[in-house]
Each structure stands twice: as structure tokens, then as C-alpha cells.
Design a protein around this ligand. Structure first.
Ligand code: ZN
Length: 288
């Protein structure tokens, strides 16, 4: 499931490939995504030009020159694929393999000038595509309640300390809460808590000031690393060869149940428990 770094890399890929291009044609093969695509409204975007691409949390915004913005959420299995004039296909992020792509799940196809095509593919169809008035993007129901961006200056010690005062929820649940911090999901939350040597079931009102600093630093570090390494692992649109390799190797705890802890000199084993109905991985020795 794509989280903030994966979506950030999509944003960067799209910025490089479709900025300043004009939409020539829109083909909707299946409008029944998480929300039904407003076919009539979407088709009105033909002939408009892409001004910029941005991201907030896990949402991508394609701002057009007609005061509208195309909002995309990838859900669980959404992928954006770019096809160039020579029919070469490029993936836009690192949460999927291009070879896994089955065109049966290509739901939306945007054709731009310069013979560039954007395909939205989504096996499970939990993603969605909406058209918003650009002026109303920030006040839309998806965005207005979101907490700060983890890589922004607003996500800082003072903010964290104020938000956890007198709260007795578990650390993992706090970090998964999009009103507290936007865009973090299960994979990176597990990783951050491991790196911070804290048990995921620690009540947040028991976290000391030093550990708050450690958590904030690790959140920023893990996300930045994933954006850089994940971004470099995909083949660039300009055909420079990207580094190959399995990005999953990067994770210390996620998906490693029963394996030895990766921390030097720790004899612990990675355990898996359920928290808020999601798999939670942690080392039974070094995460206190
Ligand atoms: Zn350990």
C-alpha cells in the first residue's frame, strides 16, 4: 500500500513528465473506483494544460489552467504508469513492478500532447479520482482535518508535546492517526518505532522529551531515505538506468516476524501482534 514516500515519488515523476502538457483526450474505462468518477466533469478537462503537480499526505494534485485540479488517491493498489511517444512504459514509483501490470485494470487513460499517455491502473479499486475547484482543494473534506506534513517545520517537538498531553493512547495508534500526522502508514510507523527503541504499546503520555526528539528525527529520516532510495530505484523517464534491488530490504521489522533483530548485539526476535486491526512488528528485547 503506497504511503507518503511512494506518493511523493509519483509526484516527482509526474512533475518531470506531464508538467506544461495539454490534455488531448480522456478515456474512462471503468468509473467505479472508491468513488464513482464524474465522467462528464472529468471530460471537461480536455484541452486544459497542467500547471503543476503537488502532494498533501497521500493525495496527488494535478493543477490545471482552467481553475480545476485533478485529485488522485492510489488507495491500496493504485499505480500510475507513463507511456512515451515510442510506447515505452515507465513506472512512476517504487511500490509496484511494471511487469505485474495487467492492462485489464487500466481504468483511466489521459492522453497528452507530445504523445505522452498517463494510465491509472488499480486492481482493488480503493483509489479514486476527483475534480475539485483549485480554490477549494485545501478546504475539501479529504484535506481539512489532516495533521501536519511530517517533513514540514510544523511537525516539531512543541507540536508533538502539546498533542500527547494527557492522552493515553498507544504510540502506534498516535502515529497512524492522520489528524496527528499526515501520510504515515503501517509500514513506516513500524519502522520508526523500531528505530526509536520504543514498544509500540507505550502509552503516549509516558513518552519522555528525549524520546519525542528521537521519534521526530526518525520519522523525518525514514521518510527522506525512502524518498531518495525509492526514487532512485525506479527507471527514470529520461532512460537513465535506475538502481535495481528490492526496496523491502530496507525494512528492519516490517514483514520480518520470527526473524532475528537487525540491531547489532541484540538477541531479540521480531514479533507480530495486531493493533487497530493492523500487523505490528517489534523486537521483544530492544524495544522497551
Ligand atoms: Zn532488538
Amino acid at each position: 500500500m503506497p504511503e507518503l514516500p511512494e506518493v511523493e515519488v509519483v509526484k516527482k515523476s509526474l512533475s518531470k513528465t506531464i508538467s506544461d502538457l495539454t490534455i488531448k483526450n480522456i478515456e474512462i474505462r471503468n468509473k467505479y473506483l472508491r468513488y464513482k468518477i464524474n465522467e462528464k466533469l472529468l471530460k471537461k478537462m480536455v484541452k486544459s494544460k497542467v500547471l503543476s503537480i503537488s502532494r498533501r499526505s497521500k493525495y496527488i494534485f494535478i493543477k490545471l489552467n482552467n481553475n480545476n485540479t485533478i485529485m488522485i488517491h492510489l488507495g491500496m493498489t493504485g499505480k500510475i504508469i507513463i507511456v512515451d511517444a515510442n510506447k515505452n512504459k515507465y513506472k512512476t514509483s517504487f511500490h509496484y513492478k511494471l511487469n505485474d501490470n495487467n492492462s485489464r485494470h487500466d481504468h483511466l487513460i489521459l492522453k497528452f500532447d507530445k504523445k505522452i499517455t498517463l494510465i491509472y491502473n488499480d486492481v482493488r479499486k480503493f483509489g479514486f479520482i476527483k475534480i475539485l475547484k483549485t480554490a477549494k482543494v485545501q478546504s475539501s473534506s479529504h484535506i481539512i482535518h489532516l495533521g501536519p506534513e511530517p517533513l514540514s517545520k510544523n511537525f516539531c517537538f512543541k507540536y508533538f508535546r502539546e498533542k500527547i498531553k494527557r492522552r493515553k493512547i498507544y504510540l502506534k495508534d498516535l502515529l497512524m492517526n492522520q489528524k496527528f500526522i499526515a501520510g504515515l502508514g503501517n509500514i513506516y510507523v513500524n519502522e520508526v518505532i523500531f528505530l526509536s527503541k520504543i514498544n509500540p504499546k507505550t502509552k503516549v503520555n509516558n513518552i519522555c522529551h528525549k524520546k519525542i526528539h528521537v521519534l521526530i528525527n526518525n520519522i523525518k529520516k525514514v521518510l527522506k531515505k525512502a524518498i531518495i532510495e525509492g526514487g532512485s530505484s525506479i527507471q527514470n523517464f529520461n532512460n537513465t538506468k535506475g538502481k535495481k534491488g528490492n526496496f523491502q530490504q530496507f525494512f528492519n521489522v516490517y514483514g520480518r516476524e520470527g526473524k532475528s533483530c537487525t540491531r547489532p548485539n541484540c538477541i531479540g526476535v521480531i514479533k507480530r501482534i495486531r493493533m487497530s486491526n493492523r500487523s505490528t512488528f517489534f523486537c521483544n528485547i530492544c524495544q522497551k
